[in-house]
Design a protein around this ligand. Structure first.
Ligand code: AMP
Length: 324
């Protein structure tokens, strides 16, 4: 697979690198790192990293201004399982397309697809690719890959951190001794108003009968805290390790796009198949959804409560079986 990908990269003079909408540090870190690695190895190539950027992630880098090429170009899509979630690129307009992803498979859109659900992050896959091909790396590339991996594993706390993840990171740090403390500050530093919003969420969580915690953040609340619908995405991971619930979600009203953004996390029940029913998706224990009405939000919560109930019942059955 590494060779196939490297051969295509070597072949095309113009390469466009895309990733999913709703950019996050893993998508952006892996994208900009791969762009820099290709440019470093093949300075004569034109390489573009495209999609909508975010002022929150300027510490990672900037997106390129770009129009889809008319000449024969290669598209590389990172961290995106389906066509409709690709930010600003249409694979059918390219002569060749490579997908590199760690989400559960959804559909095929590239002639070369490297999907590894066991990888912690798209950044981990790019580290692996760079270590196993002639693509070159430098400290800045290593930094962006480290940022992406640390973000998607929530500082190595999710079960997607495998021995392979730790081995790759150990090798990365051995080659490029990064200032980890500085990097963690860049990733996790936030304004006081966002921290205060976290306090508000903690105070006002509602918990369903079977242990689903949720908060509905209306535009009024978000405005009061001087934040927007993107804020909860930075906060949701901080609500792990509370023994009164197994699944938790933030619902944020996004008036600009006339929808509700939902961030869902779980410490047990698989949630992505439910998120998929609500214009969403993601990983087994970390998913997102976009819905248009509060009724849909309520029915999503109800379904999550249902799978949590089933999860607890199955767990109890297994325990009583083992006791016998
Ligand atoms: P988030 O809660 O935004 O951090 O997203 C958690 C995971 O769910 C990531 O892998 C996202 O790519 C995925 N995800 C978030 N929102 C959606 C959506 N509307 N559709 C499909 N996947 C999503």
């Amino acid at each position: 697979m590494y060779k196939k990908i490297f051969r295509l990269i070597k072949k095309y003079p113009t390469i466009v690198i895309a990733r999913h909408i709703g950019v996050d540090p893993d998508a952006m870190g892996s994208q900009l790192a791969l762009k820099e690695a290709i440019t470093l190895t093949f300075p004569e190539k034109k390489v573009y990293a495209i999609g909508n950027g975010s002022s929150k992630f300027t510490y990672i880098g900037k997106m390129d201004k770009f129009e889809e090429p008319t000449d024969k170009a290669l598209l590389i899509v990172l961290d995106t399982p389906d066509k409709k979630r690709i930010d600003s690129a249409d694979p059918t307009k390219y002569e060749a397309c490579i997908k590199i992803d760690h989400h559960p498979y959804m559909e095929t859109f590239g002639e070369v697809e490297w999907i590894d659900e066991t990888a912690s992050s798209a950044s981990q896959l790019v580290i692996e690719l760079l270590f196993n091909t002639k693509l070159e790396m430098n400290e800045h590339i290593a930094r962006n890959l480290f940022i992406g991996l640390v973000s998607d594993t929530n500082r190595f706390s999710f079960r997607n951190s495998t021995p392979k993840t730790f081995r790759l990171v150990a090798d990365l740090l051995e080659k490029y001794p990064l200032d980890i403390e500085k990097i963690y500050q860049e990733i996790y530093m936030r304004p006081l108003n966002e921290f205060r919003l976290q306090g508000y969420i903690a105070e006002n969580l509602t918990i369903t009968d079977h242990g689903v915690a949720y908060i509905k953040l209306t535009n009024d609340i978000l405005t009061k805290f001087n934040t927007d619908a993107g804020a909860a995405g930075n906060i949701v991971n901080n609500f792990n390790y509370v023994e009164d619930y197994l699944v938790w979600l933030t619902v944020s009203e996004d008036v600009k796009n006339e929808l509700f953004k939902v961030n869902i996390r779980s410490r047990g029940p698989v949630i992505n198949f439910i998120a998929e029913k609500y214009n969403g998706g993601g990983h087994a224990f970390a998913s997102g959804a976009r819905v248009h009405t509060m009724d849909e939000v309520d029915s999503l919560i109800e379904e999550l409560d249902g799978v949590t109930k089933k999860y607890i019942e199955d767990l109890e059955k297994r325990c009583s079986h083992e006791d016998k």
